[in-house]
Write a protein that binds this ligand. Structure first.
Ligand SMILES: Cc1cc2nc3c(=O)[nH]c(=O)nc-3n(C[C@H](O)[C@H](O)[C@H](O)COP(=O)(O)OP(=O)(O)OC[C@H]3O[C@@H](n4cnc5c(N)ncnc54)[C@H](O)[C@@H]3O)c2cc1C
Ligand code: FES
Length: 288
């Protein structure tokens, strides 16, 4: 069992967990992830290691509650435990001294982009970060991103904070100002990563995205995470999750991720129904 030593919401539906996992804390590198299973009946889901503390033997994960398992995970508190945490998995981010780099995170993608932004800074790059959210209340890791950036920008779709617009508009603005960008990393919803790839393509700026296909074992055995890159089949869990954005077949990724939508919807409805029954039972017990 893996004990949760800290749990706190960073924004609506986005929760940070610090978990005791000393062996993973020692080995993990920026860009790697763990596969988590909450209990014996639980589904296995991949989550990026946002941070670690080798002294305390802990890793940090940041989870957006989007479906059954992530919402169940986000109902756990400090003192609870998770049955399985397997990792570190996946290839570490390729870190070099590229020059001027831009790390772009959309929504919870900021948590995934964060460790790589830190590693790029440590490698001597001039680091620009663009942290996008739908609105001010959904902005996460603002201070952490600032601390590892030479220039840090927040964008919100509704203009409630920072730059009013999408991360791609801010990126285009930087290019139009004449900034020479050498490397862009974009992590977030698939349409956002595809849009970033289209902004940088005409300028030939090296651009990397972290892909999020369905993963089951995370070890290259099940084939669930097949993605098409440069017309070749790759397994995101062992060959990635980071790939050259200009070579990724995003349509294929979107189509594959939609395959289980009906099952996912049913699993969430069942989970929320069970939660309501439990709540009602607790309230009934209190009133007796
Ligand atoms: C390498 C990698 C790193 C990730 N890191 C993070 C992270 O740090 N924080 C975070 O909040 N999310 C992260 N995700 C996404 C996270 O794994 C999914 O949100 C989660 O699996 C959803 O499960 P669910 O049961 O709550 O939702 P569901 O309702 O089952 O699914 C919602 C959506 O999540 C995706 N999904 C569902 N099951 C899986 C699965 N087994 N593997 C991958 N995607 C799935 C699908 O696109 C699906 O449409 C990462 C995904 C990958 C591939
Ligand atoms: S998750 Fe099974 S092969 Fe990648």
């Amino acid at each position: 069992m893996y004990k949760i030593v800290e749990a706190a919401f960073l924004a609506q539906d986005i929760k940070k967990f610090v978990i005791e996992a000393p062996k993973i804390a020692v080995k993990r590198k920026a860009g790697q992830f763990v596969i988590v299973r909450i209990d014996e009946r639980g589904e296995r889901i991949p989550l990026t290691i946002a941070d670690s503390d080798t002294g305390k033997g802990t890793i940090t994960i940041i989870v957006q509650g989007v479906g059954k398992t992530t919402k169940q995970l986000n109902s756990l508190e400090s003192g609870d435990a998770i049955l399985d945490v397997v990792g570190p998995l996946g290839m570490a981010s390729h870190i070099g001294n590229f020059g001027t780099t831009v790390s772009i995170g959309g929504g919870v993608g900021t948590a995934i982009a964060y460790p790589t932004a830190v590693a790029l800074k440590e490698a001597g790059n001039y680091v620009i970060t663009i942290n996008g959210a739908r609105s001010r209340d959904l902005v996460i890791l603002e201070d952490e991103m600032k601390a590892c950036s030479d220039e840090a920008y927040i964008t919100t779709d509704d203009g409630s904070y920072g730059f009013h617009g999408f991360v791609t508009q801010k990126l285009q603005e930087l290019i139009d100002e004449g900034k020479k960008l050498d490397f862009v990393l974009a992590i977030g919803p698939i349409p956002m990563m595809k849009a970033v790839a289209e902004v940088t393509r005409p300028y030939g700026i090296k651009t990397v995205v972290s892909l999020n296909p369905i993963m089951i074992d995370g070890t290259g055995m099940c084939g669930g995470c097949r993605v098409t890159v440069d017309n070749e089949t790759k397994f995101a869990c062992v060959d990635g999750p980071e790939f050259d954005a200009h070579l990724v077949d995003f349509k294929n990724l979107m189509d594959r991720n939609r395959m289980y939508q009906e099952y996912e919807k049913k699993a969430l409805e069942k989970f929320e129904h069970e939660c309501n029954i439990t709540k009602q039972a607790i309230e009934l017990e209190k009133s007796n």
